[in-house]
Design a protein around this ligand. Structure first.
Ligand SMILES: [Mg+2]
Length: 334
C-alpha cells in the first residue's frame, strides 16, 4: 500500500509513511490530492472545482463578480508558536470573506496558493486546511483551486487567498458613498483581537476559547447583505477603526466625528485597543439619518458611534475634540 501510494504521488515509501504520521510535509502532488479530497468537487454555482486547468463558476444573470485577495504571511499575520494551525487557516479565509461582506456580497469560491517550508509537519498543514474548510462550509464557499510550492529558505508559511463572490449588478457597497450628515455605525464590539495580541506580546498565553475573536473571527457576511439596501458606504475593520474610517473618509471626500464613549468595546479592551486594534472583522458603515438601522442584525449589536462631516477626522471625548490619527494595528510588526 505504501509503495503504491509512493509511486502514485512521486514520494519515497519512507516519506509517505512519515507524512502519514504527520512528521514531514507531503510532496506537492500528494498534498493537492489530499486537499482536493477534503475540499470536494464543487456544487451549485461552482460548476467545476479543483482538478482541471481552471475552475468553472456560474454567475447568475444580473449579478456582478467581486474578487478580493489577501496575503497571510508567517511572522507578519501569525506566529506558529502563538496560533494553532486551525486558527491560521480560519483567519486566512476570514479575511477574504470579510472583504466580500464589506461589499454586501455573497461569497462563492476561494482559491488558495500555499508556499510551505520544507521542515513543516504535515500535521500543521492538515490543521490549517481543516480550519479553512470548516469556515468555508459554514459560508457555503467551495475551495475551487490554488497552487502549492516550497517557500524559499527562512520565509516560513506564505498563503495567498483569493475569494470570489457576487452582488446584484450596481448594488455592491463601496467606501465612497458617505455624505456629510450621514450617521456612522459599527457592528459588534471592537478591540477583542488586540486584547489577545497584547497578551502574546506580554509573554502570556491567550486562550483560544476566551479570545475567539482573535483566533476564529466571524466574518459578517449575512449582516453585510442585509446592510446592502441600507448603508451609503461600508468597510470591514481589518486594520482598526481609526485607519479604516480614514479609508471611508478619503474615498468619500468627507470627514467624521467619533464619540469616544459610544465606541462598543470588547471585554477587557481599552479605548486605544478599540480605536486602533485591527483584525476584529466587524463592519463600519454610514447611513442617511432618515434611515432606520436595527439595533441588532442576525443577533449582532449595531451601534451608532458618530457622524460624517465635511472634513477632518476627530474624536469627541469629555467635551473636547482632538484629531483621530490613523494608527491601525500593523499586525505583528508593532
Ligand atoms: Mg477590507
Amino acid at each position: 500500500m505504501l509503495r503504491e501510494l509512493a509511486e502514485k504521488t512521486g514520494n519515497t515509501a519512507r516519506r509517505v509513511e512519515a507524512a502519514i504520521l504527520g512528521t514531514v510535509p507531503l510532496h506537492e502532488k500528494a498534498l493537492i490530492q489530499r486537499i482536493r479530497r477534503a475540499a470536494g468537487s464543487g456544487a451549485g454555482r461552482v460548476r467545476l472545482g479543483i482538478g482541471d486547468d481552471a475552475a468553472i463558476l456560474h454567475i447568475p444573470a444580473g449579478q456582478e463578480v467581486l474578487v478580493t485577495t489577501d496575503f497571510t504571511l508567517e511572522g507578519v499575520h501569525f506566529r506558529r508558536e502563538w496560533h494553532p494551525a486551525e486558527s491560521v487557516g480560519h483567519r486566512c479565509l476570514a479575511r477574504g470573506l470579510s472583504d466580500i461582506a464589506a461589499m454586501g456580497g455573497e461569497p462563492m469560491a476561494a482559491f488558495l496558493s500555499l508556499a510551505l517550508p520544507p521542515e513543516l509537519p504535515q500535521r500543521w498543514v492538515d490543521g490549517f486546511v481543516r480550519g479553512l474548510l470548516r469556515l468555508a462550509r459554514q459560508h457555503r464557499v467551495t475551495l475551487a483551486g490554488g497552487d502549492t510550492a516550497g517557500s524559499p529558505g527562512g520565509s516560513g508559511v506564505l498563503a495567498d487567498m483569493v475569494v470570489v463572490g457576487t452582488a446584484p449588478a450596481g448594488k455592491a457597497l463601496r467606501r465612497s458613498g458617505a455624505r456629510p450628515g450621514d450617521l456612522l455605525y459599527v457592528t459588534g464590539e471592537l478591540g477583542g483581537s488586540a486584547v489577545a495580541l497584547g497578551m502574546f506580546f506580554a509573554g502570556k498565553k491567550a486562550s483560544t476559547q476566551a479570545h475567539r475573536r482573535h483566533f476564529f473571527p466571524e466574518p459578517r457576511v449575512g449582516i453585510g447583505q442585509v446592510l446592502r439596501g441600507m448603508a451609503t458606504a461600508m468597510i470591514d475593520l481589518s486594520d482598526g477603526l481609526s485607519t479604516d474610517l480614514h479609508h471611508i473618509c478619503q474615498e468619500s471626500g468627507v470627514g467624521a466625528v467619533v464619540e469616544a464613549a459610544a465606541v462598543p468595546r470588547a471585554r477587557s479592551a481599552s479605548l486605544e485597543q478599540a480605536l486602533h486594534g485591527g483584525e476584529d472583522y466587524e463592519l463600519l458603515f454610514t447611513a442617511q439619518p432618515s434611515r432606520r438601522i436595527p439595533e441588532r442584525i442576525a443577533g449582532v449589536r449595531v451601534t451608532r458611534i458618530g457622524e460624517i462631516t465635511r472634513r477632518g477626522v476627530v474624536l469627541a471625548q469629555a467635551g473636547r475634540r482632538e484629531k483621530l490619527v490613523a494608527r491601525g494595528w500593523e499586525h505583528l510588526r508593532s
